[in-house]
Design a protein around this ligand. Structure first.
Ligand SMILES: Cc1cc2nc3c(=O)[nH]c(=O)nc-3n(C[C@H](O)[C@H](O)[C@H](O)COP(=O)(O)O)c2cc1C
Length: 221
C-alpha cells in the first residue's frame, strides 16, 4: 500500500470480525513499529500484547469497573474539560458515532450499550497496552508513545487489519496489573485494539472531519 493511501485510509475501527490475529502477524506489525522515531533514540515504550484468556479477563474487569462506576484512576491524567474548539469536535464525533449506528440521543439504553462495547475494546481479539517507564514520564516522552502508536496503526492497516486507540482501556491500571503482569514502574498510557475490521459495520464507514489547514497552519515566509 502506498504511504499516502495508508495515512488517509487508516481510521478507527470499532467493530471487528470474530477472527483471531495470528501471533506472527502481530509480530510483523511490531517489528515495523520498532522503527518509530523517539527522542535521542531512547525508545521509552513498553508494549503488552493481550490476547486469549488474558484479554477476556481484561474485558470483564473493564466492564465490571465501569458498571460499578469506579473512579477513573489512569496512570496518565486525562483532560476532563476541553477548550471550546476541541470540545465542539469531540461533541461532533460523539453525535456521528451514535447516528451512524442509528442510536438517538435520547436512547439511553442504546448509548449505554455502545459505551459498554467501547469499554470491552469493541471486542477486538487483541489489545496492545502501550506503556512508558515511570522514570521517563515527562510530557515530552509522550510524543514517543504517540509515534509508535501511530506506526502500529498504520502498519496494521497496511496488512488489512484495523485498530482503535482507546483511552477507555487505560482507566483502571491497578486492576489491569492484577490481570496482566505489567510492573508498577510502567505507566499504562493507552490501549490499541487490533483485529480484522468488519467493513459492513456503519461505524467503520462514517465520514470523518478534519480541520482545514488554514485553521492550524501558519505560514511564516
Ligand atoms: C489517545 C487517544 C485515545 C483515544 N481513545 C478513544 C476511546 O477511548 N474510544 C474511542 O472510541 N476512540 C478513541 N480514540 C479514537 C479517536 O476518537 C479517533 O482517532 C478520532 O476520532 C479520529 O478518527 P480516526 O481515528 O477514525 O481518524 C482515541 C484516540 C487517541 C489518539
Amino acid at each position: 500500500m502506498e504511504l499516502a493511501a495508508a495515512i488517509r485510509g487508516r481510521r478507527s475501527i470499532r467493530k471487528f470480525k470474530a477472527q483471531d490475529v495470528p501471533k506472527s502477524v502481530i509480530t510483523e506489525i511490531l517489528e515495523e513499529a520498532r522503527w518509530s522515531p523517539s527522542w535521542g533514540n531512547t525508545q521509552p515504550w513498553d508494549l503488552s500484547v493481550l490476547t486469549g484468556k488474558t484479554l477476556a479477563k481484561f474485558k470483564e474487569m473493564n466492564r465490571r469497573q465501569t458498571l460499578a462506576g469506579a473512579a477513573i484512576a489512569s496512570d496518565v491524567p486525562m483532560l476532563e474539560k476541553w477548550p471550546d474548539a476541541m470540545k465542539a469536535r469531540y461533541g461532533e464525533l460523539g453525535k456521528v458515532v451514535l447516528s451512524a449506528q442509528g442510536i438517538k440521543r435520547e436512547d439511553k439504553e442504546g448509548r449505554d450499550k455502545y459505551y459498554m462495547n467501547m469499554v470491552v475494546a469493541f471486542d477486538a481479539p487483541c489489545l496492545i497496552l502501550a506503556c512508558i517507564s515511570r522514570d521517563n514520564l515527562i510530557e515530552y516522552q509522550m510524543l514517543d508513545i504517540g509515534l509508535i502508536a501511530q506506526t502500529i496503526c498504520l502498519a496494521a492497516h497496511d496488512k488489512g487489519l484495523g485498530t482503535c486507540l482507546l483511552a477507555s482501556t487505560a482507566r483502571f491500571p491497578a486492576e489491569i496489573r492484577k490481570i496482566a503482569a505489567i510492573p508498577d514502574d510502567k505507566k499504562i498510557v493507552v490501549g490499541i485494539a487490533l483485529g480484522y475490521p468488519d467493513p459492513s459495520f456503519p461505524l467503520n464507514n462514517f465520514e470523518r472531519n478534519r480541520a482545514k489547514l488554514d485553521e492550524f497552519v501558519h505560514w511564516m515566509e
